[in-house]
Design a protein around this ligand. Structure first.
Ligand SMILES: Cc1cc2nc3c(=O)[nH]c(=O)nc-3n(C[C@H](O)[C@H](O)[C@H](O)COP(=O)(O)O)c2cc1C
Length: 367
């Protein structure tokens, strides 16, 4: 049997990953004023013992108004940086797993309630609410308070906030930055013609709609150490006629590659409530395959990847270079161990846990 593709190392930008399993960013809605809490140390500490190749920290807002909810993590002031530093120190003391962070601005989907409180928009004048901003003054859903259309000065301030957060991430020793260009948040809402109705240089043609996300990418890339990767997460399609689609995603991915982007992470949807998503196992993999065929940089596939053979096949057939797991790895935080055991590969385990290696998998753990 040939060595499993899922457990081959891969170099992304200057960063070498032990295997092709990426832990996707997952908001925990458990921060206080943008500051991580003990929950994050427990949650990220648990995931850092999973044997995955890369841990991605949840969407971290670059300004307070860029948080989806008042419980979101931020990286916008000294207090939020110090809280992240404490969490990172706890995680890194006991795990060699590289750590990436997703930098984000939620745009018109900000000022929402916690998901377990229903997730509805909170009005700007209500407790925990604020006025949202977006490319155009179009609400995400009927009945919501619409966002304020950003001026070019407002856009410049957001770009500067992305840079400031990147400088903080670099100072913390974070191994990679992922920009959140997916799920209907600010950067995606500039890309999609459904949410971007601007008539200036940032709206209209595909080139104009890509301009602000690419400016942010350039500014972040310039602010992060050259030997550490900056990547982009995209929604490959809005799943709505007349919206953002795979062909535009390919053009965006190629423009990013030309600017030094180290990888493209291919998700989908989140921009328009009319989206009709054919949710099934691997449902976003065809989009990842299309992007991979058009770029030379590594591509990550995500979405309902739950089985070991399914994950192995995605990487082995070349549909994508890596697979990312979200709900799958929350449900089973040792998924990479089980995948390695199933496929006959080796995986990292902490010294404290070496004694649990099952007898029938005598060479499972890297010593
Ligand atoms: C609890 C939770 C939080 C999430 N938070 C984020 C996030 O911060 N940033 C992001 O890009 N996607 C986020 N997502 C989406 C996941 O990263 C992933 O793309 C999606 O859940 C599909 O993968 P899965 O089928 O393995 O869950 C979140 C998903 C879940 C379940």
């Amino acid at each position: 049997m040939s060595a499993p593709a899922l457990f081959q190392p891969l170099t992304v930008g200057g960063l070498t990953l032990a295997n092709r399993i990426v832990i996707a960013p997952m908001c925990q809605y458990s921060a206080e004023d943008g500051c991580m809490t003990d929950w994050h140390a427990q949650h990220l500490g648990m995931l850092a013992q999973s044997g995955a190749g890369l841990l991605t920290i949840e969407a971290a807002a670059v300004v307070p108004e860029g948080r989806i909810t008042y419980g979101d993590v931020g990286l916008y002031d000294d207090a939020s940086e110090a809280a992240l530093a404490r969490t990172l120190e706890a995680v890194r003391r006991w795990s060699p797993m590289p750590v990436a962070i997703q930098l984000a601005h939620a745009g018109r989907k900000a000022s929402s309630d916690l998901p377990w409180h229903g997730g509805a928009q909170i009005a700007p004048d209500a407790p925990h609410g604020w006025q949202t901003v977006a490319p155009s003054a179009l609400a995400f859903e009927d009945g919501q308070t619409p966002p304020v259309a950003l001026t070019t000065e407002g856009m410049a301030a957001i770009r500067d906030a992305f840079v400031a957060a990147t400088v903080r991430a670099a100072r913390l020793g974070i191994d990679a930055v992922q920009l959140h260009g997916a799920h209907g948040y600010l950067l995606h809402s500039f890309l999609s013609p459904l949410s971007n109705r601007r008539t200036d240089a940032y709206g209209g043609s595909l080139e104009n709609r890509m301009r602000f996300p690419l400016e942010i990418f350039d500014a972040v890339r310039a602010a992060f150490p050259a030997d550490r990767p900056v990547t982009m997460r995209v929604s490959a399609t809005d799943w709505v006629d007349g919206g953002w689609d795979v062909n535009q995603t390919i053009a965006f991915s190629q423009a990013l590659e030309a600017r030094g982007c180290a990888a493209i992470h291919v998700s989908s949807g989140g921009l328009d409530p009319r989206q009709a998503i054919p949710v099934r196992p691997s449902y976003q993999v065809p989009a990842a395959r299309a992007v991979k065929a058009a770029v030379g940089i590594p591509v990550v596939a995500v979405g309902l990847i739950t089985d070991y053979e399914q994950a192995e096949a995605i990487v082995a057939t070349g549909d994508a270079d890596m697979i990312a797991l979200a709900r799958t790895i929350l449900y089973d935080p040792r998924w990479p161990w089980h995948a390695a055991a199933h496929l006959g590969a080796r995986v990292h385990a902490a010294d404290q846990y070496l004694r649990c290696q099952p007898r029938r998998f005598k060479t499972l753990f890297d010593e």
